[in-house]
Design a protein around this ligand. Sequence first.
Ligand code: SF4
Length: 386
Amino acid sequence: MNNLKAGLYIHIPFCRRKCPYCDFFITTNRKWIDEYYRALKNELHYLKQRFNPQLLTIYFGGGTPSFFPIKNLEGILNYITKEFSIVRNAEWTVEVNPEDVNEEFIRLLSASPINRISVGVQSFNDAELSFLGRQHTSKQAIQSIESLKKIIENVSVDIIYGLPEQSNQTLLQTLQTIKQLEVPHFSAYMLTIENRTLFGVLAKHNKLSISEDLQASLFEMLIHWANDNGYVQYEISNFASSEKFYSKHNLLYWNNENVFNAGAGAHGSWTNGYGIRWRRINKRNIYIWIKAYLNNYLPPPMASFEFPLSQKEFYNESILNNLRTMWGIDIKLLRKLFPKSFISHLISATQPFIEANLLKLDNDRLFLTPQGKLYADYIASSLMLV
Ligand code: SF4
């Protein structure tokens, strides 16, 4: 299987400190950096030999890619540019934390193919930043965005909302700052408490709780604000000032297209020439993943699991991904991909939600209504097959 058009996701798991809400695969141990860098190149070489994809997007996520030494980031960028076939106008994104935006980093960006930056701001309110355990201030985040915008137009900001004590005013302060800075894209994630985090431990001991009603009302406010301020909610958590700034890489996931993965803990998926959907999952263990890709004595299957999805799993994945976007679920397309019984299930499962004005059926596409967006995950799980 060669020349599949695909995205490439590269996971850089290093962070200065673990944030109390974060459930991503990360490490604060920098002793692995050199080996990680060499193993990453080996995995990229493996992907090139095995799939020889034509890259549409390249995405460095984490962790904190901007915390990876500049020379290593540069080395990976050069390796990809040299080894892979890459479409013209490919989207190259790197996730950045505000405290890493310095002269050296700006120099790297200016001399690299990176044309999109995603900044982990989370909030422009210092009390909220401190609650989230972040290491930058609001002022630092503003300065970083101003510096980045001088060299890259396509800047996105990540924010987290629905914090325990958050008010409409503080969320509004964050949103207004995004607008004032003329940031063309932002992703807004509702805070969730995950078991494997410090917040999870605090919640278990009743030291932390979040009100679902508060989160729902903040979500509604966010949607209205975006609408009134010229940002299109093209996916539940993603907003852009125009189509030009939609995240091409994330659209590959939401449209069930191909994304290959490199780095410990990274996930990828692709559809082969027979219409079978495959998943590739890298081990969330930095030691095993590094050893497997640095040495031959542990073969890659120890570090990267590959398996085909069943039709049911692929259908469920499609429902979950597609429903979140403003293009909704394309029933005509699903008819081509899945057995009739799946589509009959979908049609009958949607009826109560259509009657409750949570889903809308239009031209063979199913969309969430504004009210339905509040219950997106519940609705998606109700449309899935068990
Ligand atoms: S910086 Fe990002 S990836 Fe790292 S611990 Fe914090 S939230 Fe997680």
